[in-house]
Unconditional design. Structure first.
Length: 272
């Protein structure tokens, strides 16, 4: 049995299928872990969702910001942007089934020494605190607070974490951290607009994992979301967004031995 952690797919279904062939994935024995952003910007988000859902227990995925955006659009809480490619899902006969399945997926998944999350954790959060916060938000997304939580998340630039937050703003801020965080200050203030490479991080901020005395450093965190950073592998960090939807590569890391597998994503922009 092997577990393969896979970076942001974002609708690149042909690349995902090629990657599973490359690693020799056997759904009867192996598992796939997805860092979220299953959908959007790529050409076949519908195929990606159906494939991962149909894998059942052979697949684990956490929610990414694009997955949550799909849920917000499907619910009528926000509208398309110029480069969104979600119409195929919304027009599908099984759209309601797929979005209902997506709502059930976690924001954070922990197994052994590994933590799977889309974007990152604030530096002063312990793993246990992050789990508890994620469970709060997951309960809201799966229940009657679904609409109010997503409404508070769109837009999210103004949201900043504080322990005394309450209601939909608290839940939306937890979701923002787990699905959108890239850089923050030493005291956990999130920079909400930066998406460039780490070397260009704005003054006064750091990549979230480089903040001194980060309290989640005891675990190995598997994450995506940061295409401009590319593949980032250290003993306790597996950053797997290698820019497939931008025509670069889709990456899998076999957790048992950290072996890296990649395929070219010629189906998407750039083709190189």
């Amino acid at each position: 049995m092997a577990t393969y952690a896979i970076g942001d797919v974002q609708g690149c279904f042909a690349s995902l299928r090629q990657l599973t062939k490359t690693v020799g994935f056997n759904p009867a024995e192996d598992r796939l872990w997805f860092v979220g952003d299953l959908v959007n910007r790529g050409p076949d988000s519908l195929g990606v969702l159906r494939y991962i859902r149909d894998l059942g227990p052979a697949a684990v995925t956490v929610l990414g910001n694009h997955d949550l955006f799909l849920l917000a659009v499907a619910t009528g809480l926000t509208t398309f942007r110029r480069d969104d490619t979600l119409t195929q899902i919304l027009d599908a006969q099984d759209c309601d089934e797929l979005t209902a399945w997506l709502r059930q997926q976690p924001l954070l998944y922990r197994e052994g020494s590994y933590v799977l999350v889309h974007a990152g954790l604030l530096p002063h959060w312990t793993i246990e605190e992050a789990q508890q916060f994620a469970m709060e938000a997951e309960t809201a997304l799966r229940g009657e607070q679904f609409n109010t939580t997503l409404r508070a998340l769109h837009p999210s630039d103004h949201l900043q974490w504080a322990p005394d937050l309450k209601g939909p703003v608290r839940l939306a801020t937890i979701i923002k951290v787990l699905t959108r965080l890239r850089t923050c200050s030493d005291n956990g203030i999130m920079e909400s607009t930066f998406s460039g490479p780490p070397k260009l991080t704005p003054q006064g901020f750091h990549p979230w994992f480089d903040v001194p005395n980060r309290r989640s450093a005891t675990a190995t965190i598997v994450f995506g979301h940061w295409a401009a950073m590319g593949l980032h592998l250290t003993p306790n960090l597996l950053g797997l967004d290698s820019g497939c939807v931008y025509g670069r590569r889709l990456t899998a890391v076999r957790l048992e031995d950290r072996k890296v597998f990649q395929v070219r994503c010629e189906e998407t922009r750039g083709g190189k």
